[in-house]
Design a protein around this ligand. Structure first.
Ligand code: SF4
Length: 222
């Protein structure tokens, strides 16, 4: 469909494929360094992201920046994007048809950037990457193989914010998952996928590195 990441970006910036184009301020494409081995995928732009055109610039973004710092990274050494490129009105959950319509853009981002490790933040990104209706609280802290990368699900930073911030159990879980990310990045580049990324089934390749936490039911956002 597109020959380069920039071709995809240019089309996305003017995209009117779904109803979200009518209410957005601007398309939020990605932030960071597309030459990175590490990609973070969130859910959708929020109020601040929609105004500034960058993903994760609000309080959750500050928490993400802090978590990056704990493993010696910053935004210049990873790439950050969302499943949906335009803000749903009132920060509602994305609809299934909106995700499906927008999906070629995220697929293109993954295909052209070819990250070694993809960290999914929350339920929506995790379900998209694993192509299964999983619960983030069940699969976080594990490594899956999908889209030619190691996929490591973790909680959305907003979940930690809603639970008390850096002192919350949710933050401790995310922090633990970031340590796993750091270890996997140190192992180097994953082999190229043998088949088209979308056809690769998502299967766990490494057992959980932390004990399974008590089930914590959360809102569908996370
Ligand atoms: S959400 Fe995606 S498909 Fe919908 S208008 Fe924005 S860029 Fe296009």
């Amino acid at each position: 469909m597109w020959q380069t990441l920039d071709e995809a970006r240019v089309e996305a910036l003017g995209c009117t494929r779904c109803r979200l184009s009518a209410s957005r301020t601007q398309v939020v494409w990605l932030d960071g360094n597309p030459d990175s081995d590490l990609m973070f995928v969130g859910e959708a732009p929020g109020f601040h992201e929609d105004r500034l055109g960058k993903p994760f610039v609000g309080a959750a973004g500050k928490l993400l920046d802090g978590l990056l710092g704990t493993i010696g990274l910053d935004r210049s050494r990873c790439v950050i994007c969302n499943v949906i490129k335009c803000r749903p009105p009132g920060n509602r959950n994305p609809e299934a048809d909106e995700i499906a319509t927008c999906s070629p853009y995220l697929r293109a981002q993954i295909e052209f950037i070819r990250p070694t490790v993809i960290v999914t933040l929350g339920n929506f990104a995790t379900r998209f990457l694993l192509e299964r209706q999983v619960s983030i609280t069940r699969v976080r802290g594990q490594i899956f193989r999908a889209f030619g990368a190691k996929v490591i699900p973790t909680l959305h930073p907003a979940a930690a914010l809603r639970s008390g911030g850096v002192g919350s159990p949710q933050f401790a879980l995310i922090r633990s998952d970031f340590d796993l990310v750091q270890r996997e990045l140190a192992k180097g580049k994953a082999p190229a996928p043998a088949a088209a990324p979308a056809a690769v089934p998502a299967v766990p390749v490494v057992p959980p590195v932390t004990p399974v936490e008590p089930f914590i039911e959360q809102g569908s956002l996370f």
